[in-house]
Design a protein. Sequence first.
Lengths: 273, 93
Amino acid sequence: MLELKTLESDETNLRLLVTGVDTPYINAIRRIVLTEVPCMAIDEVVIIENSSVLHDEIIAHRLGLIPIKTDLDGYNLPEECSCRSEFGCNLCRVTFTLDREAKDEPVTVYSGDLVSENPNIAPVSDKIPIVKLGRGQKLKLEAYARLGRGKNHAKWQPVSLSAHKHLPKIRIDAEKCNACGKCVETCPRKVLAKSKGKVEVVDLYACTMCRDCVDACPEEPSAIEVNWEKNAFIFILESTGALPPERIITEAVKILDRQLKEFTDQIAEVQKA
Amino acid sequence: MKIKVLKRTENELKIEVEGAGHTLCNLLQKKLLENENVDVAGYDIPHPLTSNPIIYVRTKSPLKPEDALLDAVERAKEMNKEFGEALKRLLQA
Ligand code: SF4
Ligand code: SF4
Ligand SMILES: [Zn+2]
């Protein structure tokens, strides 16, 4: 029976306990989150004036890496947009402008200085430095953000982390354990605790399965055993802020479904041939 | 996605899958191997950047390799559907 439980959830983080799936499946979801779920990033920059110390290319690269709040429903991927234009249209492109000048004092140009044509599509944070301008220097440019996929460039990855690990299984043999507390001291993740002359697991999800506790146990064989559940995983997803984490994982499921359908159709073609 | 047949006999199928990668192939390979009438199931990506994956399936008669693949996809779909539904329930709660 497939079951999901939220272990942690906020604006950018999602930690789920997933039971009842196998490794290839959870791995497919993990990979799709990284490489297939689209998000927006600046892809083309027209530099009108740049007298800063950084080259145009470096500024363009820095702009590309700024995470941008994405509207997946309002915009099309360039390759799926009906405009078929290399430069894009209103449905597959968002224009940003930036115009800063340092007059008497040096200034730092931040991501917040980018002015978007659509107020809903803006940098996730206003505080990302782009370049520092010295007195008399100027930066003026137009930047175009488009949807893309992480497999083409990491700037289109909606997450900074997508990972899964097995759910640990820790067994303490009450008969053999003399409650010396060595394992509690050794554990780097404070998974174990001693209470009332007994050792207990207090934070199972934090366990990294390093097995230091097993080695530390003076009993022979060790009174503590660390293993993992076969079909239970902790899935961790950390969004860059481009999309809510719930949306990212929901999209991943949709994309996998579409890919599997396409595969079925293709096999049907083979059968006909 | 586009499938090109490289070899096809009664019990063998070798296909090149344009537009797929480890994500899908690994999932399908493992699902194929769950079927006890599948003799061999494997995939290879000859070059990490420039090649499409090649999937190879060999089955025991009377199972046809195409049917084995369809069955594998079906089970992957089933798992994905269950996961999607569980996710929906979780997010609505
Ligand atoms: S395996 Fe490592 S992290 Fe887990 S309980 Fe033992 S010492 Fe702690
Ligand atoms: S180290 Fe071994 S004997 Fe000591 S408390 Fe831990 S499990 Fe028990
Ligand atoms: Zn367009």
